[in-house]
Design a protein around this ligand. Structure first.
Ligand code: MN
Length: 733
């Protein structure tokens, strides 16, 4: 590519002027000075670097700054940081240089952006999900870092043609997977749509083109339709002296694609390909009143569908979105969505974050983004688990529709659709969640797993004696609650394991076995546990009992040492099961929350083995395939076919808690009931779920529902209970 430097310089100068002209925020003289300095520095720093397409590199930061200035509408500080976003990473300029020239704030934002781009180049971290987590961790407290990063990604997506195809697909999937949901959550709806459409263009080019062409073809019909619609309303709207614009709003190519895919329908059957927007002028104190006035005019002419009324004015989305949405039976008997918004609401919907700040002083409703970012930070800090798990959960939260509920004092809280009463407790405060004993919804005590509805009023009852329990994970849906529960369970497991370690040491001593690392390793092999903690924990809760330890001891003393040593060296798993003491760890693969058993085969790309973290993928012809979570294909499957992913995990069927029902009969001795319950509750590993005693003329029947970790413990309990005076018979139901 031959470039005339003079023409190029002229173009750079032209672009710069345009950047200042299109800024959404009013720029003061000192703002312009700062941007000029950032621009000069960037030009100087990037020198004659060029992009793959051949054009001067500086065009890229200018374009990113333009997106930031116009489309997103951020301030001069952000525009300057956008101009400098690649300087520290790609040129000889250091962060100190930037700080000296531009000051603290710009330097801090550039630093965040540099950290993110460094991650990509770190060869040791191959997993995108882990990158994502780290990226969010670099957010610190400046949301501008992530917004500029999104703008950077948008421009890269707009100019991807010069890249090799495999890179295009990779970048596009990553965009769909991470950046589009983030943009959505921050309220940058237009940016999100553009990112998704561009991603589709590269991941499924034919599909993209065919939908795009069809959308073009239907444009004219759509415009006629909107005109017809407007005609019905204009007279009356004008009579009310309302100033307004009626516009059509097409669904994005990607959303049409999604709808076709999910509902398995052709393009022609997607009926809500566009919505109609009524944007009206009105002062802040009258805008709600006007919205309902327009609503009433519209519904005078067209029948509304009452199930599809959305009042985001009384309760804005947590992204800050406000509008009144209705769906009516419009001209030609077609259902059409009408979005009613004031100018102010429209601006917020278009510009998102930046517009909030402009209007903030007028009415400071909780914006939500800051508190969301705080939450996010907390979740990230608490998270200890697998990165893919984390991203999956996190994405669920990004896209989930919201419900609105109330605290006892009447404060409004927003939670994702499907959130339970316990999620609410964790949303209020970590400590409240952890200590939740009961929850009242609308003054009635409900199970912690109760799914909440918009409008519910919720009161959490706490108790100092309560600790998070494992079954809570079966129903909470927010990543915040999950991660807090998981980390406190881990802590507790660790504590129990410490106890178990001491118990085991004593028991081994009694069995005359030296307790050292070698012995522990032999035990891990013998019992098929994954790590020491597991072993100690089982000892502590009694699921590894004396009988089993004796069996180990006899092998140990029978100088099977050589045998074990050989096993350890060859690392081959312990297969032969000569007696029933060996508890294989991961012997059952289950799917979904309900732990369903389904038929499956293993994927050949990553060949997972029992015990690995895995997920199921529904293939077109070959049923469910099990992939390793770290499989090289995992992310692309997850980003492109999220709806075909099945959660699955390996469990140890022998350690599952199971419920048992005991039926006791006997003579009604004084205090017997008391003694029975005391005996059961003194046993640390058994929980009473329900208990019922009936007595009839000195003859009593008792029915007790229990949770027990294994059969041995249950048998022991039955033995002890039958020794009590008065008990005649105990049967398991
Ligand atoms: Mn860049």
């Amino acid at each position: 590519m031959i470039v005339d430097p003079e023409i190029e310089n002229k173009e750079i100068a032209k672009q710069y002027k345009e950047l200042l002209r299109i800024s959404y925020q009013n720029l003061s003289t000192s703002d312009k000075k700062m941007i000029r300095l950032a621009f000069d520095t960037a030009v100087e720093a990037h020198g004659d670097q060029r992009r793959k397409s051949g054009e001067a590199y500086i065009f890229h930061p200018i374009s990113v700054a333009k997106i930031v200035a116009q489309q997103i509408g951020l301030d001069a500080t952000s525009i300057s940081a956008a101009l400098l976003h690649d300087v520290v990473e790609d040129t000889k300029y250091s962060l100190q240089d930037i700080e000296r020239l531009m000051g603290n704030t710009v330097a801090k934002i550039v630093n965040g952006l540099t950290k993110i781009s460094k991650l990509k180049k770190d060869k040791n971290i191959s997993l995108q999900a882990e990158n994502f987590r780290k990226m969010l961790l670099t957010l610190n407290d400046d949301v501008r870092v992530i917004i500029i990063k999104i703008a950077d990604r948008l421009h890269n997506m707009q100019t991807m043609d010069a890249m090799p195809e495999y890179k295009q697909v990779k970048i596009a999937s990553e965009t769909l997977f991470i950046y589009a949901p983030l943009a959505h959550r921050i309220g940058l709806y237009n940016v999100k749509n553009e990112l998704e459409d561009l991603s589709l263009k590269y991941t499924e080019p034919e599909r993209y083109k065919s939908i795009k062409d069809k959308v073009e073809q239907t444009k004219e019909a759509q415009e006629t339709y909107i005109k017809t619609f407007s005609k019905f309303l204009s007279q009356e709207l004008s009579k009310e002296r309302l100033k307004y614009i009626i516009k059509g709003r097409s669904k994005s190519i990607y959303s049409i694609h999604k709808k076709m895919q999910i509902q398995n329908i052709p393009f022609e059957k997607v009926y809500d390909k566009f919505a109609i927007r009524v944007v009206y002028e009105g002062s802040k104190n009258k805008e709600k009143f006007l919205a309902w006035k327009i609503y009433s005019i519209v519904t005078d002419h067209f029948t509304p569908n009452p199930t599809r009324l959305r009042d985001w004015i009384s309760a804005p989305k947590s992204t800050g979105y406000e509008a009144l949405h209705i769906t009516v039976m419009g001209p030609l008997n077609k259902w059409v969505e009408i979005q009613i918004r004031s100018n102010r609401m429209h601006e917020i919907a278009e510009k998102g974050y930046a517009a909030h700040y402009k209007y903030k002083q007028v009415d400071r409703k909780e914006i939500g983004i800051e508190s969301w970012l705080n939450r996010l930070q907390e979740v990230l800090e608490n998270n200890t688990g697998n990165a893919v798990d984390f991203v999956e959960e996190f994405k669920l939260n990004l896209y989930a529709e919201e419900i609105f509920v109330f605290t006892p004092k009447g404060d409004l809280k927003s939670l994702p659709q499907g959130a339970t009463a316990l999620d609410f407790a964790f949303a209020i405060h970590t400590d409240i969640g952890k200590k939740t004993r009961g929850i009242q919804v609308n003054d009635k005590l409900v199970p912690l797993s109760r799914v909440l509805k918009s409008g519910d009023q919720i009161d959490v009852i706490t108790s100092e004696n309560i600790k998070p329990s494992k079954n809570w994970l079966d129903f909470v849906v927010t990543s915040r609650a999950r991660s807090i529960i998981k980390s406190s369970l881990n802590e507790e497991k660790k504590e129990r394991a410490d106890e178990g370690k001491e118990i085991l040491r004593r028991k081994l001593k009694q069995l005359k076995i030296k307790s050292n690392e070698k012995t522990i390793n032999q035990m891990l092999l013998f019992f098929k546990f994954q790590n020491n903690q597991d072993l100690y924990y089982r000892v502590a809760i009694g699921s590894l009992d004396n009988k089993q330890l004796k069996q180990f001891a006899s092998k140990y003393h029978n100088s099977l040492l050589n045998f074990f040593n050989k096993r350890i060296r060859s690392k081959s798993p312990f297969i032969k099961k000569e007696d029933n003491v060996v508890t294989p760890k991961f012997n059952k693969l289950v799917f979904g929350k309900e732990k369903e058993l389904l038929t499956y085969t293993f994927a050949t790309c990553c060949k997972p083995i029992p015990g690995d973290s895995v997920f199921g993928f529904i293939t077109v012809n070959e049923g469910i395939k099990i992939h390793h979570k770290e499989c090289p294909n995992a992310l692309s499957l997850q980003s492109n076919f999220a709806y075909r992913i099945l959660k699955s995990k390996w469990i140890d069927s022998s350690s599952e808690e199971y419920t048992a029902i005991l039926k006791l009969t006997g003579i009604d001795e004084k205090g017997l009931v008391n003694e029975v319950t005391k005996m059961i509750s003194n046993n640390l590993n058994i929980y009473i779920n329900k208990i019922n005693f009936d007595s009839d003329d000195h003859f009593f029947t008792g029915i007790i529902h229990l949770s027990v970790p294994n059969k041995n413990i249950l048998n022991k309990l039955v033995q002890n209970l039958s020794k009590l005076k008065g008990i005649d018979k105990i049967v398991r139901e």
